[in-house]
Design a protein around this ligand. Sequence first.
Ligand code: XUL
Ligand code: CO
Length: 442
Amino acid sequence: MKTFFPQIEKIQYEGPASANPLAFQFYDAGAKIGDRSMQEHLRFSIAYWHTFCGTGSDPFGAKTLDRPWNAVAGMPGAEAKLYAAFEFFQKIGVEYYCFHDADMAPEGDSLQEFQLNLESMCKLTLQLQKDTGVKLLWGTANLFSHPRYMCGAATNPDPHVFACAAAQVKKMLEMTHMLGGENYVFWGGREGYSTLLNTDMQREQEHFAKFLHMAVDYAKEIGFTGQFLIEPKPKEPTVHQYDYDAATVISFLKTYELQDKFKLNIEANHATLAGHSFAHELAVASMNGMLGSVDANRGDLLLGWDTDQFPTNFYDCATAMLVLLNQDGIAPGGLNFDAKVRRDSSDLEDLFHAHIGGMDSFALGLRFAHLVIEDGVLSELLTERYARYDHGIGKEIEAGMTDFSALSRFALENGEPQQRSGRQEKLENIFNHYLVKAIKES
Ligand code: XUL
Ligand code: CO
């Protein structure tokens, strides 16, 4: 069989002392962190759309990434791309991938043709999964690229478009089920609006909820038991995306009685676009019992759009892994690199450097979070900070055993509360100390 990356051997762990740029410094798949291996904790996944479909084009310029698997069009090109993908998964040593229907199969001239192409591609994919042991983390339908979705999919004012979106999700649910996908993702895409002058927001949101209920019903019908996920994003492509951030999505799910059916797929760059940190969004989802999976990437704080860069910031990965470990992991979700190489990173080798950096950054974050939790330093300080709610008036507040009259009496009788430091700087220093410790122990 033709190989697409003949120059590259399987990437190995060589440790932080290694000067080999095509080796892992921190990601050692089999190394035990607590009771699980790094691979079991991190559940890395490759995003098919960026890594194999990305062309480097942007609103200012044409494509720059000339991939050998894109040399032929149509189904032969789609098959070449699939072989390239599975060669890449094995060489980088990642056991999961994610894809949209339109990433893998040519859309052709009609929905019918698209579905036939997709079925045939997914049969080949199933074979490659069996041959290699690589698995599907999640599937999704692209309900935003085709011109028919210019005014939204499930929130489109035209029910005919709503039906097309339903047809796509129905087929993609079947394919995800056939491929043993562990989750199914909805990213809002064009579900939002640009001006209230032409938008009935309430009706659109109700339609969106109906659509999600129908997806849940259909999954049940075909026996798909994977986790449903919604991926919040505040802007791009519409001005007001209905899935703005974790809090908005959770409230939407609760309003429409979907909260037991869905969890959230939190993307780092989407968090920063919403004016939140990555860790904040993870924590909001987690404290509601709804953190299901992660799109691992980063934005550029100097740019206002979704740059989808590979994660390289140790600090952010460390804070993220703290949230994940504190909720006992991310399975059946994973860490999906929804990230693309820059348009001037034009060599095939750059795809390896990009993923190596992302995997190493999260591996270090994992080691860090494990050390911090094991030593209990941060949790001790946190317990101490809220300890006055464990007895007396604090305990009564939490138990709902008091009222404004009793509290007012307490306040008037007890003078001014004692000032207690939040110790932010001390905590930040402790954080850095553990980051260095994690590097030393790698
Ligand atoms: C868009 C985005 C998507 C979703 C899947 O910003 O993140 O790629 O992850 O549709
Ligand atoms: Co994403």
